[in-house]
Every structure is written in C-alpha cells, then in structure tokens.
Design a protein around this ligand. Structure first.
Ligand SMILES: C[S@@+](CC[C@H](N)C(=O)[O-])C[C@H]1O[C@@H](n2cnc3c(N)ncnc32)[C@H](O)[C@@H]1O
Length: 239
C-alpha cells in the first residue's frame, strides 16, 4: 500500500512538473507566493544557486544600481542590498505583488532602505536605457513566456560593460540550459564572460560589450589576420 501511494505521489509531482513547465511557455504561470518558502531555501545540492555564491560570482563591486529580475521573496535581493556600498540601490522586479510585499517586510526587518520595488512583467519593465550597472535573473527565466524577449530589454537597460548574471538549476521545473541562455543572450548582443557550475546547476555572467570593444570584435571577425599582426608590430620589432 505504502509503495502504491509513493508511486502515485511521484506521478502527481511529475505531472505537475511537466504541465507547469509546458504551460509557462505559453502564458504567465509564476511560482505562487504561497509556496515561496520553497524558493527561499538555499539548496545544499546546487551550491552555485545559493545567494552567497551568486554574489561572489557577480562581484557587484561599486555598482550603483542592480536589478533582481524575478526576485521572488528576496532570497538574493536582501544579500545584494546589504552588499552594495552607500548610495547603491537594488531594483526588486517581480510580476507578483505578493512577492514584493514579502521583500518590503524583510527590508524593514533588516533596516534596509536601498531596495526599490518594481511590479511589472520582465518583458516590459520600462527601465531607462543605460540605467543599470548589473542585473541578476535567478531561476526566473523559464517562468517567463517567450523568454528570449527579456534579453534585448535588459541589454538596453544596462550601461556599457554592464553584467547580467543568469542562474539556473534542474531542481526548478522551469530549468533553462546554459546553451539556450547563451544563444538567446548572444542574439541580443551579450557576450559570455564567465561560467560556474555544471549542467545541473550553473550561473553564467553575460556582458554588454562597450561600443569600443564591440567594434574591435566585429573588425576581428572580419579581418582576423590584420588584427593579429597589429599587436606584434606595435610591441616588438620596430625599426
Ligand atoms: C522560482 S522564483 C525565483 C525567485 C528568486 N529569483 C530566487 O532565486 O529566490 C521565480 C520568480 O519569477 C517571477 N516571475 C515569473 N514570471 C515573471 C515575469 N514575466 N516578469 C517578472 N517576474 C516574473 C515569479 O513571480 C517568481 O517570483
């Protein structure tokens, strides 16, 4: 009997997993705020997804403005807000008001005044161009229908050389592979700058190239032999 019940429970979980994942591709089916306690747990089996690891990988430095896209109940938002130097601000962006209410309560408990709440769809956030130093999107991408639309929007909102960290884990029903993320990001103009983890849980930092480095890269692709020869000439055998 116990075995039958266990198998039935497993089948039910698998069915929810499958239909939620499929449904999210067509319409908004965000992770309900009522189960946000699940999201809040720092997964011991996926180290790169923990908030401390995300902060280390992003290395926010002296960033003034960082957006946490699909911030949920603030598992990453709160440590990010603590890590920023004076004057720095985190924009906590989510499509569910209940999630932002949870963050507001936590910010108050922690005496944090540098979190701005933004209730909107990540595909249409209306962030001013070049206004962000960095952005993080942790286990949120797969919940967003037509997710590729998010990358050009974030790209425009980032300043030149700004960074976007995307983190995904197979423990999330909406897992998006590293390859898919890099493809969508590259189509929007991002360049992968570093990667941590493995195929089950990873975080990747994508950079918006500055116009100067972008031009150099294009020239390099068009005339590799010329660019390769230039530094040799500049550094060495000058007659
Ligand atoms: C699994 S939770 C991850 C929360 C948080 N990033 C973390 O790792 O703890 C995904 C979050 O993305 C949000 N979300 C889903 N679709 C969204 C959209 N189109 N725009 C903005 N947020 C969205 C959900 O409301 C939910 O809070």
């Amino acid at each position: 009997m116990a075995l039958i019940l266990s198998v039935l429970a497993l089948c039910a979980v698998a069915a929810i997993w499958f239909f939620w994942r499929r449904g999210s591709r067509q319409r908004l089916l965000p992770c309900p705020a009522s189960i946000s306690w699940l999201v809040e747990m720092e997964n011991p089996l996926a180290r790169v997804t923990r908030s401390a690891a995300i902060l280390r990988h992003l290395d926010p430095g002296t960033s003034d403005c960082i957006a946490d896209i699909g911030c949920g109940p603030g598992r990453v938002t709160i440590p990010l807000a603590r890590a920023l130097s004076a004057g720095g601000e985190v924009i906590a962006l989510d499509v569910q008001a209940e999630m932002l209410t949870k963050i507001a309560a936590k910010a108050e408990q922690n005496g944090l005044t540098n979190i701005r709440l933004l209730l909107c769809d990540a595909r249409e956030p209306n962030l001013p161009d070049g206004s962000l130093d960095a952005a993080v999107m942790v286990m949120a991408l797969g919940e967003i229908p037509d997710a590729k639309r998010v990358f050009p929007v974030i790209h425009a909102a980032l300043r030149e050389d700004g960074k976007l960290l995307v983190c995904e884990s197979v423990f999330d029903p909406h897992y998006v592979s590293h390859k898919k993320v890099v493809e969508m990001a590259a189509a929007a103009g991002f360049v992968e700058s570093s990667h941590q983890g493995n195929r089950f849980a990873y975080s990747v930092v994508l950079q918006k190239p500055s116009r100067l480095s972008g031009n150099l890269r294009r020239q390099h692709a068009a005339r590799p032999e010329k660019l390769l020869s230039e530094p040799q000439h500049a550094c060495g055998s000058q007659k």
